[in-house]
Structures are given as structure tokens and as C-alpha cells.
Write a new protein. Structure first.
Length: 229
């Protein structure tokens, strides 16, 4: 609902502003103000889309400086493996496959709700620029169970249940198409090791914003599962 309202308001405001301007006279100032406010709302909606996108739920367990320890409930993921791809290639190809599934390329031709963040495995800094296999995942809406979701048409997309887990998360802003995510990965792993935590599995990049969002406004995270739940 919030997503639909945020899309409609700038257009309604623009229509109201145009109507006031057409009236002339004392309505002109009100019309210009309304058009300006509508433009501002449209720009905010464009740059801060994450604020009206469903986010995956979690319980904050503790903080270690800038690092959050979160407990995530069991989730259903749609994921795809992009082989022999650089970081940017994997983001583009993986997102395209998963977005196709959400937007109706599935057995029921159903359009599913987009959630944030979008996830991708993150290689070590030494491997950041080379072609390798990377997994990208979308978290399915919280009110959907695995049995209720339509099967993907693309055999490269699969659905699976990810069990409850404890995750360490480091948030940052900036351009995720650069080496910055890999640098933050190393920072997170180093800090956790220094604090005596044992990690499990791959580190994941979590992006909350589309590429059209200006880098200083983007919310990005690096997350990795901890061995003890």
C-alpha cells in the first residue's frame, strides 16, 4: 500500500499544480508551489525506494561497535548461481533472472512482491575482480511459505528454505559496483575474529537500493553467519 501511495502522490500533486496554474491569478503561486512539492516527492521516491519496499524481519541481539548481531527467522529464498562472472556481471545477470521470476516468469504467471535487501555471495578481496561463481538471492515475502510459491520457469532459479540463523552485519554507504564491498567484507571478518567469533559459510552482500540511487544515499550491508545460534 505504501509503495502504491508513494507512486501516486507525485502524479496527483502534479495534476493539482497544473490545474491551479491554469486558473491564473492568485492560483499561480499555489500551483508553482504544488508542482515543486510534487517534484520533490518524486525525487525522494526515486532515490529512497527502500523506504517503501518490504524489508526482511530480524531481531537485533547485540551490537559490537558498528557491527550488529541479528537473529533472522527461517526464510524462503529464490536464488540463482551465475558462473564465471565478475562481480558486476553477476549482479546484473543474477538480478535479471530473479526479477523475471518475480514479475511473472513462473508456473502461475504470478507477480510477486519485491523485498529488500537483494543478496549476493561476496568473494575475498583477491577474487573480487576475477570471473568466478557467485550466488544471488531474493528473499520471498514474509507471508509466503515454500509450498505456496509458484515454480520458476527458468531452471537456473531455485527456491529453498533457509533456516533460522544468527548473522553479523556491517552497514555502509557508497558504490557497490566498486571494490568497497570486498573491503568491508575483510573489515567485518577481521573484527569478528578479533572479538573471538567463529563464522560459517560465505559472506553476503546485501543491497537495499537500485542502481539509480546515488551512492551516498545507498544502504549496503555485509553479512555473515555466526557458528553459534
Amino acid at each position: 500500500m505504501a509503495n502504491r501511495v508513494s507512486l501516486a502522490l507525485p502524479w496527483l500533486g502534479a495534476a493539482a499544480g497544473a490545474w491551479l496554474l491554469a486558473g491564473g491569478g492568485h492560483r499561480r503561486s499555489a500551483g508553482l508551489a504544488t508542482l515543486g512539492a510534487s517534484l520533490g516527492m518524486g525525487l525522494a521516491r526515486w532515490q529512497l525506494q527502500r523506504l517503501v519496499t518490504e524489508r526482511t524481519a530480524y531481531d537485533l541481539q547485540a551490537k559490537l561497535g558498528q557491527i550488529q548481531l541479528r537473529k533472522y527467522p527461517a526464510q524462503v529464498w529464490a536464488e540463482t548461481l551465475v558462473e564465471e562472472a565478475t562481480w558486476n556481471e553477476a549482479l546484473s545477470e543474477g538480478f535479471s533472472r530473479l526479477a523475471d521470476y518475480l514479475f511473472g516468469r513462473n508456473a502461475a504467471k504470478e507477480r510477486l512482491t519485491m523485498t529488500a535487501p537483494v543478496l549476493s555471495t561476496l568473494a575475498s578481496g583477491a577474487d573480487a575482480g576475477r570471473a568466478t561463481a557467485r550466488t544471488m538471492a531474493f528473499v520471498m515475502p514474509g507471508d509466503r511459505e515454500l509450498a505456496s510459491l509458484p515454480a520458476p520457469d527458468d531452471p537456473r532459479v531455485r527456491l529453498r528454505v533457509v533456516p533460522e540463523r544468527l548473522v553479523a552485519v556491517l552497514a555502509f554507504r557508497g558504490n557497490y559496483a566498486s571494490r568497497l564491498p570486498s573491503q568491508k567484507r575483510e573489515e567485518l571478518i577481521t573484527r569478528l575474529a578479533d572479538a573471538g567469533f567463529v563464522t560459517r559459510g560465505s559472506a553476503w552482500f546485501a543491497g537495499y537500493d537500485p542502481p539509480s540511487t546515488l551512492p551516498p544515499l545507498r544502504r549496503n550491508e555485509i553479512m555473515i553467519e555466526l557458528a553459534d545460534l
